[in-house]
Design a binder for this molecule. Structure first.
Ligand code: ATP
Ligand code: LTN
Length: 338
């Protein structure tokens, strides 16, 4: 992994807050892989464990999921030699910059974040300050590395836009410091919906396991979950307003097979929903099979993964420290004698 000043920089992350879903895969991780392949960008991919404790986590499970999430990254084809892949809490500069940025982020801005409103409604007994200031930590993640592009699903667009606003505000006060980042959102896959309630986003922390397909779900489970997916009382496989369930299944099928909506409509012309659901399940299971095989290999050799994490975190920390020192100087913190 080489960080070049002549290349644009990409940063993204997933929280280890549950088993990763095909929403995370299609909305984010699969696109990261495409971006890595051109060799055009410096890419940093992080497991955002510090973000995930804004909602209560079981400590042992969080530790396990952090490593599993990294294994999914590698199994999805992200090459630790080409990308900087690390765990957020291993690089202290994220928390340090987050504190500074908190002081340049307005209460009103944070109050408008839809994720904060949704998560507060879901966790009424634990509306903690971290949940509220989460976007300042996310801005720190992004701004520490001079990030140009942030590949995410559409639900994260608002947070990336806030990171932009914070960067612009800081630059206006102190002169050019941060690169102003842009969200990078692909049309297909930007929002995969729940299989149980197709007007809601598919989410790894949903209590209903039938609402999402886990990247690591077995073939049988995948096919069974798609069979149960909520659709409508029509029988035609066609993409149309008000057919959220079928539109979602068509989107998933399109992402996994590369077929357009018209091609899918033609393929299933005269066939019922049952046949279509089976085809979606099979396409999804086929596409995930090589990833799952690679994942199992990686998890049987934890020391390899731990080695990647340690090496990459050191490099990320070196890059991050440079930006943090600049910020500390700009805001007026007294430098410590070496
Ligand atoms: P949680 O349920 O814990 O809030 P989540 O499943 O929503 O988690 P995140 O860790 O918040 O996942 O998201 C990681 C990345 O995956 C982000 O880029 C996000 O936009 C993307 N993503 C998450 N869910 C979906 C989805 N249903 N469709 C498309 N992209 C998604
Ligand atoms: N908040 C993101 C995860 C995340 C992230 C980031 C994404 C944390 N830091 C920086 C992009 C850039 C989420 O998906 N919930």
């Amino acid at each position: 992994m080489e960080f070049s000043k002549d290349k644009k920089t990409i940063f993204s992350a997933v929280q280890p807050s549950g088993n990763l879903t095909i929403g995370n895969y299609l909305g984010a991780i699969k696109n990261w892989q495409t971006l890595q392949d051109g060799g055009e960008f410096n890419c940093l991919y992080c497991v955002a464990d510090m973000h995930s404790i804004t909602v209560r986590q079981d400590p042992a499970l969080l530790r396990r999921r952090t490593l599993e999430t990294m294994a999914v990254y590698v199994a999805s084809g992200l090459d630790p030699e080409k990308n900087i892949m690390f765990v957020q809490s291993h690089v202290p500069a994220h928390a340090e910059l987050a504190w500074v940025l908190n002081c340049y982020t307005m209460f009103g801005e944070l109050s408008r974040m839809t994720q904060f409103k949704d998560k507060s409604a879901k966790n009424e007994q634990n509306i903690n300050a971290g949940l509220f200031t989460y976007p300042a930590l996310m801005a720190a993640d992004i701004l520490l590395y001079g990030t140009d592009l942030v590949p995410v699903g559409i639900d994260q667009k608002q947070h990336v836009e806030l990171a932009r606003d914070i960067a612009v505000r800081f630059n206006q006060i102190y002169g050019d410091t941060f690169t102003v980042p842009e969200p990078y959102i692909l049309q297909t896959g930007k929002k995969i919906y729940s299989l149980a309630e197709p007007e809601k986003k598919m989410s790894k922390s949903d209590e209903n396991v039938n609402s999402f397909i886990g990247i690591l779900d077995s073939r049988d489970v995948i096919i069974k979950k798609f069979k149960r997916a909520v659709t409508d009382s029509d029988t035609h496989v066609c993409y149309a307003e008000g057919k959220n369930g079928i539109n979602n299944l068509m989107t998933i099928y399109s992402c996994f097979t590369g077929k357009t909506m018209e091609e899918i409509e033609r393929e299933f012309d005269g066939k019922g929903y049952g046949e279509f659901k089976l085809a979606v399940g099979e396409a999804c299971a086929d596409a995930l099979a090589p990833l799952q095989k690679q994942y199992n290999c990686l998890m049987s050799d934890r020391s390899y993964l731990e080695g990647i994490l340690s090496q990459n975190a050191d490099y990320a920390a070196y890059l991050a420290r440079k930006m943090l020192s600049k910020v500390y100087r700009k805001v007026g913190f007294l430098a410590k004698n070496k």
